[in-house]
Design a protein around this ligand. Structure first.
Ligand code: PEP
Ligand code: MG
Length: 755
């Protein structure tokens, strides 16, 4: 290796001695740059530290003018040093001054140096600063030297991260180690949470970077890799892949990386250069994290994510940390931060202490989002590399309404949010006071407000909200959060628990609505071009009758001696309803024949969520006991907009003539045939949606539990006849100038309704 005196191992050993010396932070830095310069036979060695204001400050130098230390400050879009920081990549040039990004700073006296090697000082993929060596001669630094400088920069990363340098900083220009940050992601579950970060996968803290015995460290690394491979093989062979993020596909990717020579060799080289096994893993991981954060190709990002996860596993293996901290020992006001999380993992945490969730991956329809809403915590996703940015215990605010996250928030933001939380609590108390009041409009129209549910954790909401029952029980959620197909006995137990919790209040169970985006991790997935239009819900149920039959049997048995309501999702033609109903009748016959108890009464209904059904209402209505409008899917199919695609989902307003006419026609037909009609999509969960629906004649709505309070408060003040007199003519007059939503909002203001 050209130039390097004694190589990186000797340097690391010397650095360790310097780190242990009882000297000031500045003296230590000064000694470090001298050591590095000497070891690399460089005339210059400088350390730049990234500050909270986003600029880079020269903190120490050997070779440049001493007066420039703490004086030279540059932006990250300035000069070669800025480029290293912003790209988080080394830059190695034999003729730096001819590089377009070269920026000359007279106070440093660096004009005489031609060659330049700058490496980012990285920690968990985040840039903390830049370490530079320079030479007068046109010198090309070898790959080993680049590698050695990167390894050395880890020691500086630790020094910066430990906060040791903060004492050297001017106020407002501290190192950007724990900066205040804010991000905007995708809201998953409403609510505001103030609390402290708990990492779902705690980062292993490395205390020992520099190897005492390189051979021993190499063995530790090799042993850990071997165990990692065996563990992955076992997991894959057992076929026990379950819970959310760790699908078989991901485990296969892990296994591929666990045999990837490039990755393994880089870690081996890092150990050979004098790092401990754990420091070597972190060193290589930090590079790939930095790449991941800058990669734009989604496939590449995905793979780099997998590699990152694998590195975490390897790290835990080396350090002997096998398990996450005990989930029942959360601090108060815990905000969980994870790359991705399965629903079962979230349910494992102590809910009384959990306030919020922040994840890097997962959309609003993901299973973990469903569970977050069910347990009532604020949740936001798509916050890139959040697991690398936060530290356990950091103060954090999660705004599940706007998708904003504030990490280490300033006092004014914290105060503003604390005020909002108080306000929400006051409003909750007001809604709570309405709990026992029957939901009757000002002009005497009773409206049944029920809740949507699907998990055991939802059941207390019936009592808490004072709802009239469960208008939609999404049975597929039990299947979605389970690691394997729930057995009949488990289904039976859940349905019994639901009916017990509801007591005399009605519960409408929907048969499995799986397929489409509701994927079961343990069921073979089929590639479908348009899964929302594909093999799902009742289609799947009728094609694979075993599953649907056993579910119906479980429902009937759970309801022995009680009333039972069953409905089918995604019915597109009357015949599908007929077939479903025959299945119920056959199961009843089967139970009767085997001497089992029977429900006191069974009502069978259909969901109206496929537009074709709108043109078969005259055939359908005489056959059903009730209808339930699924406005989420109905609006999706009506306007041909993917409900989960944020680019288009908000493009059309369901509170406008086309959709409202559809809702009107359904309720009118229901009244004509004297069959009850409920609406159970999200539309009813917004006061303005509920206002429109009641104005159209709906007298039964099923809502997200948290919406019961606001919707009820609005309805108690509503004159339904007056709202109907406003809305119905608007739908008949097809040359409406003002948007209907706006007309309703004005009406609400004039009537003193809280929307
Ligand atoms: C709907 O489509 O409106 C509905 C209630 O069903 P889901 O949201 O479960 O598809
Ligand atoms: Mg639906």
């Amino acid at each position: 290796m050209r130039g390097a005196l004694g190589g990186p191992r000797v340097l690391l050993r010397r650095l360790r001695e310097v780190m242990a010396e009882p000297v000031s932070a500045q003296e230590r830095l000064d000694k470090i740059v001298v050591l590095i310069a000497a070891n690399m036979v460089a005339e210059v060695c400088s350390v730049y530290v990234l500050r909270v204001d986003g600029t880079l400050e020269l903190y120490a130098t050997e070779g440049l003018k001493r007066e420039a230390v703490h004086q030279t400050v540059m932006r990250t879009d300035e000069g070669l040093v800025g480029l290293v920081a912003s790209q988080a990549n080394p830059i190695n040039l034999s003729d730096a001054q001819s590089h377009p990004a070269f920026a000359y700073r007279p106070e440093t006296g660096e004009e005489i140096y031609h060659s330049f090697l700058g490496v980012p000082i990285l920690r968990a993929g985040n840039t903390l600063g830049v370490l530079v060596v320079q030479n007068r001669a046109h010198r090309t630094y070898s790959e080993e030297e680049v590698e050695a400088l990167q390894t050395t920069s880890m020691v500086l990363a630790e020094m910066i991260a430990s906060g040791e340098l903060s004492a050297l900083a001017k106020p407002g220009a501290e190192p950007a180690v724990h900066p205040q940050r804010s991000f905007t992601g995708v809201p998953l579950a409403e609510g505001i949470a103030l609390g402290h970060v708990v990492l779902h996968e705690p980062r292993v803290t490395i205390t020992n970077f520099i190897a005492d015995d390189v051979q021993k460290e190499l063995k530790r690394l090799e042993d850990a890799i071997a165990t990692l491979r065996t563990d992955l093989d076992t997991l894959l062979d057992r076929g026990e892949v379950s819970d959310g993020p760790e699908s078989r596909e991901i485990l296969e990717a892990y296994r591929m990386f666990a045999h990837d020579r490039g990755w393994l060799d880089r870690m081996r080289e890092a150990v050979a250069s004098g790092l401990t096994a754990e420091a070597a893993v972190e060193r290589v991981q930090s590079d790939s994290r930095a790449r991941m954060m800058r990669a734009t190709d989604p496939y590449l990002r995905e793979r780099l994510h997998d590699l990152d996860d694998l590195a975490n596993r390897l790290m835990r293996q080396i350090m002997g940390v096998r398990h996450a901290p005990r989930k029942d020992q959360l601090p108060d006001n815990a905000i969980l931060v994870a790359r991705a999380m399965g629903p079962a993992a979230l349910l494992d945490y102590d809910r009384t202490r959990l306030r919020g969730l922040v994840i890097e991956e997962g959309g609003p329809t993901s299973h973990v989002a469903i569970v977050a809403r069910a347990i009532g915590i604020a949740a936001v996703s798509q916050i890139e590399n959040v697991t690398g940015i936060v530290d356990a215990g950091d103060p954090i605010i999660v705004d599940g309404t706007t998708g904003e996250i504030y990490l280490r928030p300033p006092h004014d933001v914290e105060n503003a949010y604390a005020e909002r939380v108080r306000l929400r609590a006051r409003r909750q108390a007001q809604y709570q006071a309405l709990r026992g009041r029957p939901c009757v409009t000002k002009d005497g129209q009773p409206v049944a407000l029920m809740i949507n549910a699907g998990l055991l954790v939802d059941l207390p909401h019936i009592e808490e909200t004072g709802a009239a029952g469960i208008g939609l029980f999404r049975t597929e959620l039990q299947f979605m959060v389970a690691p394997s197909m729930p057995r009949i006995a488990e289904q039976l137990a859940l349905y019994r628990a639901v009916l017990d919790a509801a007591g005399k209040k009605p519960v409408t169970f929907r048969t499995l609505d799986i397929g489409g985006d509701k994927v079961l991790p343990y069921m073979q997935a089929f590639e479908e071009e348009n899964p929302a239009l594909g093999w799902r819900a009742i289609r799947l149920g009728l094609d694979r009758p075993g599953l649907m039959r056993s579910q119906i049997r479980a429902l009937l048995r759970a309801a022995t001696g009680r009333a039972l309501r069953i409905m089918f999702p995604m019915v597109a033609v009357v015949d599908e309803f007929d077939q479903g109903k025959v299945m119920v009748e056959n199961e009843l016959t089967h139970l009767r024949r085997h001497g089992h108890g029977l429900p006191e009464r069974v009502e069978v209904g259909a969901m109206v969520e496929v537009p074709s059904l709108l043109f078969q209402l005259d055939e359908l209505l005489p056959r059903v006991d009730f209808l339930s409008v699924g406005s989420n899917d109905l609006v999706q199919f009506l306007y041909a907009i993917d409900r989960g695609n944020t680019r288009v989902a908000e493009r059309f307003d369901p509170i406008s003539a086309p959709a409202l006419r559809v809702f009107r026609d359904i309720v009118d037909k229901g009244n004509q045939y004297k069959k009850p009609v409920t609406l159970c999509g999200e539309l009813a969960s917004k006061p303005i949606g509920a206002l429109a629906l009641v104005a159209l004649g709906y007298r039964s709505l099923s809502l997200t539990p948290s919406a019961i309070g606001p919707v009820k408060a609005m309805l108690l003040d509503l004159d339904a006849a007056k709202a109907e007199a406003l809305l119905r003519p608007l739908l008949d007059n097809n040359r409406v100038s003002m948007p209907i939503r706006k007309r309703l909002e004005e009406f609400a203001v004039a009537e003193g309704l809280q929307l």
